[in-house]
Write a protein that binds this ligand. Sequence first.
Ligand SMILES: [Zn+2]
Length: 393
Amino acid sequence: MNQFDRDAALQQTRQRWRWFLVAFAFVTNASSVFGIETVTVSRDGEQQELSGRILVEAQDGGLLLETPEQIIWTIMPEEIVSRRSDDASFELADRKQLTALTLRELPPGFNVHNTAHYVICYNTSKAYAQWCGALYERLHRAFLNFWKGHGIELTANEPLVAVVFRDKAGYRAYSQPELGEATNSIIGYYSLKSNRIVSYDLTGLEQLRAPGDRTGTMAHISQMLRRPQAERTVATIIHEATHQIAFNSGLQRRFADNPLWLSEGLAIYFESPDLKSRKGWRRIGAVNQFRLRQMRSYLQKRPAGSLTSLIVDDQRFRDSRLANHAYAESWSLCYHLIRTRPQEFKAYLEKIGQKPPLEPTDPEARLAEFKAAFGDDIGLLDKEFVKAIQQWR
Ligand SMILES: [Zn+2]
């Protein structure tokens, strides 16, 4: 399996979250709870004090709590040692506080590169951090402009945090607790919990290097990562950064029931930049040739109920034999709907974006939401969809 095809991180977090959904079955909507809650939590024999705002409080006492540095904690009732509230108003950390809080969690030796919308914490070369910053800023601008063009005004939370490790070893040590084994096979991820994108210096990847490569300056780095063999690698970094913006601009909400086909289809829609152009994403919405090839190969054996199975739940993404095609079909569906039904797609996105955290949508309800936006006749839509895919170039 291609290591860049699946971003296990989003799923990993979701699996943990699914486990919580069971406990949170009877949820009290806590949006009316003001003030700051301080909870002492005991996990793996260690106690930790967390202060923040409660997003959800379950009937059994479980909590979804957001701390000022944008981390969302899922706390089980049995983990709570004590809790107290005060009525001070909750505020997210500003850039300076956020930087300090992030650095506290990283190994010593990290530096900070600030851009208009990002705090980039890195322990690799400054030039590489600058290359990342420029890439993220271009994506950020392109992403908001794209949706503006589709009648959706988004405002991104600021700043967003990116962590860039010098090498795979450091990245692995940091991400292991959250990703487990998946940390070995993915080169970067977006964490729904910490809200950060995490990756490592790609110029160290042997397969991307050519004889005589130097990576001392941004120009060298750009040259190296513009090569065709780097396309999928860079696409992965952008894919994860797209998830981060989507979840921080009002388009999607963290810990709400976002269908994976939608989250993934959107991230793939943006993942391939035009690195030859200074603006990077002049051609947003171009056909993603890599995913189109996968989709065409899937069409050879695609079962009749494929579209419905993609919509009703996220099972296909969790099965390693089916995941690649689920990603390809997700992109294809988003691409098709954005092109042929932009108004309906907008309405659907807005509906999904308003869902509260930790409220699961069952398969029937997911299908009903989809039909409410795009019409009852899934069979007809599917016919038209398959025909369209065959015409994409
Ligand atoms: Zn993804």
